[in-house]
Write a protein that binds this ligand. Structure first.
Ligand code: PMP
Length: 327
């Protein structure tokens, strides 16, 4: 018989898939690291597992403990799956711009969900960062995960995602392209790949309304870069400790409209039913095309599944209302 002991054991070892039509203007081989094959349908299962393991090991998380996190949904799902198997309760604090599907999914796996306004500063007591921290202070036997600054987030990708990409490309990867939110994925994979071969280029995909690109280029944290945006999962109005700017070669920004349009294109042209950050990442990769040549192997990572966006990027009424469809 061939089976896993529990759902946690199925995390990781995701497939790598060649991109075809959508990258026809690029000479290089483009491969997608396809993270929706994780049991929670996103890359975040990897870091959820690592963060819980490390917190158990050093006593921050105790038996029967309550896990509290500010999450746009995918981390909450990953934490929930691991918590169910290991016997913990999860409270998720989410901002109101996140899709309804993400909130419903969290409830389906037993999370308690608190919704906070998006358009307030991170330091505002109503923000989801502040609310998560406050709940953790008020709740006995709780542990505040803090995926932004928790080093186990980057570690998960250094220990699993990076080595998988190296192995699946027989060490031939030349570029890694990925959307940046907490920074865990880019920093963990980037560090592993650069240790293997310092010539590998690491590209971060950012969004308009986020601070990363400007900070990387100038070292200035510019408040003028911060304004509300639609793209989900990518970009920040803070500098998370998990973003290791030193291993990143460059950032490129993608508009909300392009991100939404390319999310649809991935489904229709490649049969890849993926989330909004995948549309952002593939459009960013196309914007970077001058950097790729014939013998390059470009790996792009797709974070999450399309089912979480059926009411938005896959709904043409919503697309029209946003001005993202021309007819
Ligand atoms: N895409 C999606 C859908 C996400 O949920 C996240 C996490 N915020 C990211 C991209 C960015 O990944 P990371 O946090 O590892 O930078």
């Amino acid at each position: 018989m061939d089976y896993s002991e529990n759902i946690i054991e199925t995390i990781g070892n995701t497939p790598m898939v060649k991109m075809n039509k959508i990258v026809s203007e690029i000479d290089a081989l483009v491969l997608a690291k396809y993270e929706t094959f994780n049991p929670g349908n996103s890359v975040k299962d990897r870091m959820a597992l690592q963060m819980i393991k490390d917190a158990e090991d050093d006593g921050r998380l105790k038996p029967g403990g309550i896990i509290i996190e500010g999450t746009s949904g995918n981390t909450g799902m990953g934490l929930a799956l691991v918590a169910i198997v290991k016997g913990y309760k999860v409270i998720c604090v989410i901002s109101d711009k996140q899709s309804k599907e993400k909130m419903d999914i969290l409830k389906a796996v037993g999370c308690e969900v608190h919704v906070c306004p998006t358009d307030v500063a991170p330091g505002d007591p109503r923000s989801y960062y502040s609310t998560a921290k406050r709940l953790a202070e008020e709740t006995p036997n709780s542990w505040y995960v803090n995926q932004y600054d928790n080093p186990s987030n980057t570690k998960a990708h250094y220990l699993t995602t990076g080595p998988e990409i190296w192995k699946q490309t027989d060490g031939k990867v030349t570029h890694f392209v990925v959307g940046v939110g907490t920074g865990g994925t880019i920093s963990g994979v980037g560090k592993y790949l650069k240790e293997k071969n310092p010539d590998i280029k690491i590209w971060g995909i950012d969004t308009y309304g986020s601070v990363f690109k400007k900070y990387h280029e100038t070292g200035i944290f510019d408040d003028n870069e911060i304004y509300p945006y639609v793209t989900e999962g990518i970009g920040e109005d803070i500098l998370p400790k998990n973003v290791n700017f030193d291993i990143i070669d460059g950032f490129i920004k993608v508009t909300d409209k392009d991100a939404a349009v390319y999310t649809q294109k991935l489904a229709k042209e490649e049969g890849m039913f993926l989330g909004n950050s995948a549309g952002t990442a593939i459009k960013g990769l196309l914007q970077l095309k001058e950097n790729f040549s014939k013998n390059d192997v470009v790996v792009v990572l797709f974070h999450d599944h399309g089912s979480r966006y059926v009411g938005k990027m896959y709904n043409n009424e919503w697309m029209k209302s946003m001005g993202y469809l021309d007819c």
